[in-house]
Design a protein around this ligand. Sequence first.
Ligand code: SAM
Length: 297
Amino acid sequence: MKDIATIGRTKQILETHGFSFKKSLGQNFLVDLNVIREVLDKADIDEKTGVIEVGPGIGSLTEQLAKRAGKVVAFEIDQRLVPVLADTLSPYGNVAVINEDILKADIRAEIAAHFSECDEVVVVANLPYYITTPILMNFLEQNLPIERFYVMMQKEVGERISARPNSKSYGSLTIAIDYYTEARVVQQVPKTVFMPPPNVDSIIVEMVRRKTKKVDIDDEASFFKLTRGAFGQRRKTILNNYMTVFEDGKNHKDDIRQLLQAADVDPRRRGESMSIEEYAAIYQELKNFPELKIISQ
Ligand code: SAM
């Protein structure tokens, strides 16, 4: 039988099961084996690898993962796809499909239940683009035992993730991902490899979890409020943006200026020019300014 990730087989599966795409769930299925093989080569997957997939769809990527990996656990929110996947993935005994929203699933428990025989766990996915950032942050903030990520996403989000300071794409998402991982763009993906083709361009990003964090932070939630706050209005200086980050900020302008200066940051700079190390310096100095309290959202 032909592979699932081909136009002919995909059309046949959709017809057999009377399946219609739901745009609201970001359903754009891969119909190109070359792209999938390139991802799997880069991800270096073998029989000792446990793979988590988000959104298997009709199983295009899942099938290729199942052929190489020790075990694949695929989370799919759309109940209509459960019988489709039971059919298309029936030749593969090493796949578990979990009919759950990835943002609500107990991923840690599933890792413990399925991957005890594996040397490492990696995430490989053609993500539903409408929730790329929440999915990635949910994986990372939980500190799950996942070593690497190979994920397809909207080009603009991929560029934000792998951006450098002083660029248009650099922002609080860049810093959050940089805190947990080393990220890089692996390759661009044309719209033609999907059915139906999405409206946006796509990109594959590799993220390797850092064994030691780049900066030493004891309260990540507060740190991320400081980094997000610096980009509140991109054109404003960090001093002006921070007046809305701290309680009664307008009346604490001098304290905020002193905080920034103590961290060796010129208050006239903009958030997009600052490295993660400079944000960490502000965070550490904040302990010496008890009058400055971050607004709780
Ligand atoms: N992996 C398949 C492929 O490459 O052909 C499908 C990828 S498609 C871009 C995204 C998939 O994610 C869809 O199957 C969609 O139903 C599923 N999905 C959307 N939101 C989800 C969520 N919150 N949790 C789990 N799966 C989700």
